[in-house]
Ligand binder design. Structure first.
Ligand SMILES: [Zn+2]
Ligand SMILES: [Zn+2]
Length: 344
């Protein structure tokens, strides 16, 4: 007799529905994973709160679990292994995939994990995944930490785009979970990190993550402050991790000559900003973005977590049981929380 398992769907604004599916058998390169933890990311929060109306949607792309069974062609994974999943699928055939930029794949997010249901589907008791999307984690790693591989991998990608050099002055704007990861990673790259944030509690988190200088953006002119801290030059690197276009403008103004600005955050609404092109020309400034993670970034993130080089425990605000998933979403959309992790 086939086993039944549960999948959570966002069925409408602020509504979660649980549906039941039949558990398939893994074939060839497939791996059956019993999901342990799945974090609720911004995409899921936007759909749940109604900012993006895409119903029904099987949310959850930050998942980790334990392998139950592998298909006959799977060689490097076995039952009992702890794994994190890279749910952003890449085709492996398009120009970008072949050029090492799987994060820019033209047909990403096509995965149909649970038969007949759209969405990454990590908020489920089980998932059937292709072996190439799974990354083995250390046996002693807390699986709620493993679930944060995806957001960490996106930040690894962003850090790589900024070419941080030893001793660089790096500004991180916004200390949400992404800003907090940027702080830790920039410190590992040998930077002096200046964290800018309006919320005092988040500035405390920034300090614990290793930020050297804390700037409360509500007190005085942040651009001026960054210039003072850098002998008038401006920063070598600025990461904008907050979704306000005004802050994107500020980021460009606080970077110095041959500096790099990374627009990490997505912007909704995507309001145009003022930009003096001549300053880009004369300062030789580099303005770029960072979206998602490629396979290499993901591997790096899983190693950093497995080897306990990055400790994300402060960034998990609450772990909530699957039975209380609606409450988990309500908590996740509260701007005061970092990640809320659903425990299956
Ligand atoms: Zn995410
Ligand atoms: Zn592709």
């Amino acid at each position: 007799m086939n086993k039944i398992y549960k999948v959570a769907l966002i069925s409408d604004e602020r509504k979660i529905e649980i549906v039941e599916k039949t558990l398939p058998q893994p074939e060839s390169n497939q791996v059956l994973v019993k999901i342990d933890s799945c974090a609720i990311c911004t995409l899921e929060q936007r759909i749940f709160s109604g900012v993006m109306k895409r119903y029904p949607f099987a949310g959850g792309h930050e998942a980790a679990g334990i392998i139950v069974e592998v298909g006959k062609n799977v060689k490097n994974l076995k039952a009992g292994d702890k794994v994190a999943t890279r749910m952003l699928t890449s085709c492996g055939q398009c120009y970008y995939c072949r050029n090492g930029h799987e994060n820019q794949c033209v047909i990403s997010y096509k995965a149909d994990i649970h038969e007949g249901i759209g969405g990454p589907g990590g908020l489920a008791e089980y998932m059937m995944l292709d072996a190439k999307t799974l990354y083995r984690m250390a046996d002693d790693l807390d699986l709620s930490h493993a679930a944060l591989s995806e957001p960490l991998a996106c930040c690894v990608h962003s850090i790589n785009n900024a070419n941080i050099e030893l001793g660089n002055d790096v500004v991180v704007i916004g200390v949400g979970i992404m800003g907090a990861f940027h702080i830790q990673l920039a410190k590992m790259r040998g930077a002096r990190v200046i964290a800018c944030e309006v919320d005092e509690a988040r500035l405390e988190v920034a300090e614990k993550m290793g930020a050297d200088i804390l700037v409360n953006s509500k007190e005085g002119n942040t651009i001026q402050k960054v210039k003072e801290l850098t002998e008038g030059r401006g920063a070598d690197v600025v990461f904008c991790t907050a979704a306000l276009t005004q802050l994107a403008e500020d980021s460009i103004q606080m970077v110095g000559k041959v500096g790099r600005v990374v627009m990490y955050s997505s912007f909704h609404p995507d309001k145009p900003i003022e930009l003096n092109v001549n300053s880009v020309h004369s300062k030789e400034m580099n303005i770029t973005g960072a979206v998602n993670a490629n396979t290499r970034d993901f591997l790096v993130a899983t190693k950093l977590l497995s080897n306990k080089m990055i400790d994300p425990s402060l960034l998990i605000s609450e772990v909530v049981a699957f039975e209380n998933i609606e409450y988990a979403f309500e908590r996740a959309i509260d701007p005061k929380t970092y990640r809320v992790v659903v425990k299956m």
